[in-house]
Design a protein around this ligand. Structure first.
Ligand SMILES: NC(=O)c1ccc[n+]([C@@H]2O[C@H](COP(=O)([O-])OP(=O)(O)OC[C@H]3O[C@@H](n4cnc5c(N)ncnc54)[C@H](O)[C@@H]3O)[C@@H](O)[C@H]2O)c1
Ligand SMILES: O=c1ccn([C@@H]2O[C@H](COP(=O)(O)OP(=O)(O)O[C@H]3O[C@H](CO)[C@H](O)[C@H](O)[C@H]3O)[C@@H](O)[C@H]2O)c(=O)[nH]1
Length: 331
């Protein structure tokens, strides 16, 4: 099979590309490298450096190749930035996604997998969060993804485009073989920030909020290993033969910021330098997935379900290349 991965030079995308190549598929990566890294894309994948807002380039890609499915990961995805630039977030994420989906459908591609997010749920009334939970985003990032999900839901009847909306919870960890890892600039995610602070590569970690209504007062998230996330994408593809789907993807276990710091300390064998601070705007107190539907319908199950396993792969990646892909690019 041949697949297009938009955003395939990014964190989650690079791990999906590895999983697809490992399974023997052909992969074309479309990425503008605004956040991703050329060195994150294996040489056995085709690479097209282009932005999704360059409509002519996107159409050229569909003229040059035919695809069995599109995995659409390229997006603006920082909650904090989305609070500052809500219109840009909605415009970019919605317009680019819908143009890509429309172009795919016109080219005869009938399967479209959207990287959606737990942020579509806002502050949930109940955890774990099922696919039936109300979708009431509390930040423009979550709203932009929800708008794309809703538009795609109309595309099946009208254009025959079947879609999978995959609501990732918190992607974490690195390729267990060390081929890829997380490298954002700026890095905003908790686990890499805690690790890089411990390695002395970043200033002490700021704990965003210690007064949440959670067991230890810090916010709770569901950390899912990025290789398990990649495997879920492959597992859902056959479901699209029967129609569009949406799945929540997490481990089903919540961990607080303090628990994550404790896991980093166990793996690193030394304390995480940190300071307590105020809450970050747009952060819900607790997000934990029910992935029962995904497990039941696809047989997917996480291989790296323990927080320490997840942190260990991330630690190994950062300890081996504290400057991320820059060292690889220079090599
Ligand atoms: N990381 C997470 O925990 C998480 C959680 C939920 C959802 N998601 C979603 O998963 C997807 C991937 O997330 P990630 O953490 O890998 O992000 P990332 O920033 O590492 O990767 C996104 C990639 O898309 C590229 N890109 C961005 N805008 C583009 C454009 N207009 N044209 C072409 N390429 C463009 C970037 O260069 C980057 O390589 C995103 O859609 C994100 O919203 C991520
Ligand atoms: O330096 C930091 C960074 C994060 N946190 C806290 O750690 C938790 C996790 O924060 P991340 O930034 O790692 O992840 P988010 O939960 O904010 O966001 C991630 O998951 C969301 C859905 O759950 C979105 O999809 C988003 O794209 C993705 O980055 C949050 O409670 C946050 O407040 C800190 O205390 N200090």
């Amino acid at each position: 099979m041949r697949y297009l991965v938009s955003g395939g030079a990014g964190y989650v995308g690079s791990h999906l590309v590895l999983a697809l190549l490992d399974a023997g598929h052909e992969v074309v990566v479309l990425d503008d490298l605004s956040m991703g890294h050329r060195a994150a894309v294996p040489t056995s994948a085709e690479f097209v450096q282009a932005t999704l807002s360059d409509r002519a380039r996107v159409q050229e890609i569909f003229s040059a190749w035919s695809f069995d499915a599109v995995f659409h990961m390229a997006a603006l995805s920082l909650v904090g930035d989305s609070m500052k630039e809500p219109l840009r977030y909605c415009r970019e994420n919605v317009a680019n996604s819908l143009f890509l989906a429309e172009t795919a459908a016109r080219a005869g591609c009938t399967k479209f997998v959207l990287s959606s997010t737990a942020a579509v749920f806002g502050v949930p009334r109940e955890v774990p969060i099922t696919e039936e939970a109300p979708t009431t985003p509390v930040n423009p990032y979550g709203l932009s993804k929800l708008m794309v999900e809703q538009a795609l839901a109309w595309a099946e009847g009208a254009h025959g485009l079947r879609s999978a909306a995959l609501r990732y919870f918190n992607a974490a960890g690195a390729d267990p073989a060390g081929r890829a890892g997380e490298d954002h600039d700026p890095e905003t995610h908790l686990i890499p920030r805690a690790i890089l602070a411990t390695l002395g590569e970043l200033p002490p970690l700021h704990v965003f909020g210690t007064d949440y209504d959670t067991p230890d007062g810090t916010a709770v998230r569901d950390y899912v290993h990025v290789a398990d996330l990649a495997a879920a994408h492959i597992a859902v593809l056959p479901r699209l033969d029967q129609g569009s789907v949406r799945y929540n993807i997490g481990n089903g276990a919540g961990h607080s910021v303090r628990e994550v710091m404790a896991a980093v300390e166990r793996v690193a064998g030394r304390p995480v330098p940190h300071e307590n601070g105020p809450r970050r705007a747009g952060d819900p107190p607790a997000l934990v997935a029910s992935s029962a539907r995904l497990r039941a319908e696809t047989g997917w199950t996480p291989r790296f379900a323990e927080l320490d396993q997840i942190v260990r792969t991330a630690w190994d990646w950062h300890a081996a290349q504290p400057n991320g892909y820059r060292a690889r690019a220079a090599a």
